[in-house]
Design a protein around this ligand. Sequence first.
Ligand code: PBE
Length: 278
Amino acid sequence: AAGADTPVVVGGKNFTEQLILSSITAQYLDALGYRTVLKNGLGSTLMRAAQVSGQLDVVWEYTGTSLILYNHVNDRLDAAATYARVKTLDAARGLVWLDESAINNTYAIALPRATAGDMRTLSDLAARIRRDAPKTRHLIAMDAEFAGRSDGLRPLLKQYGIALRRRDIKQMDPGLVYTALKNGQVMAGVVYTTDGRVQGFGLQLLEDDEHYFPAYRATPVVRQATLDAHPALAAQLNALAAKLDTPTMTALNARVDIDQQSIARVAHDFLRKQQLIS
Ligand code: PBE
């Protein structure tokens, strides 16, 4: 049975922000005296399944991801209602949404600033693709997860009336999207708005003027059984979530992807600076 000495397993996905958040969490809990195990590098669906089945105790999940991808709710709710709904729905699976951080990491379509011209919105992009000659290629880079997600590519194209050819969709590892944009190998790419390379590589984000994407607030999600075994854990993780917002997270992401510092060091420096560890 789970007890106070049972290790706390911290999960994470397979992109920079998630590697940092899971490392921060594991180092923080270690310093507080927990035994922790770190299991990151997972895709969203796998991470979710692993937590539901009890293999992961603590993860950072995004509100909109849980609403649409895991809980199959397709209504577009505001940020507060999205959080409230996933908190209620996940409670039924024994998962507790702690306090939301102020990190909103949404998807966006980006172009190199030099080639964006006067395009500012996704509607501008749709108009441009419609206007181009039928033979024009419109290569768009994205990770495989986005290409298949129910809050991802297909419904986005439908909502904006964009007709993309299958051969124009270039799937790659999440981090390679930024390289492809930087090197001009694609016209556009699907990026994460808190990624340090948006600013670092001079990318122009197109505004989601039809409000397709939900709020994606990063929040610690913990199994109820884990909270029962560790009564102080919820307050400790809430104290951590309170220190994180979009500018802070974006700066941490940039230290890894632009300044090439190690995940572990960036995580450690953050915890020290916030006086969460000594
Ligand atoms: N996101 C954007 C995705 C990847 C980055 C936070 C919406 C997710 O992990 O759910």
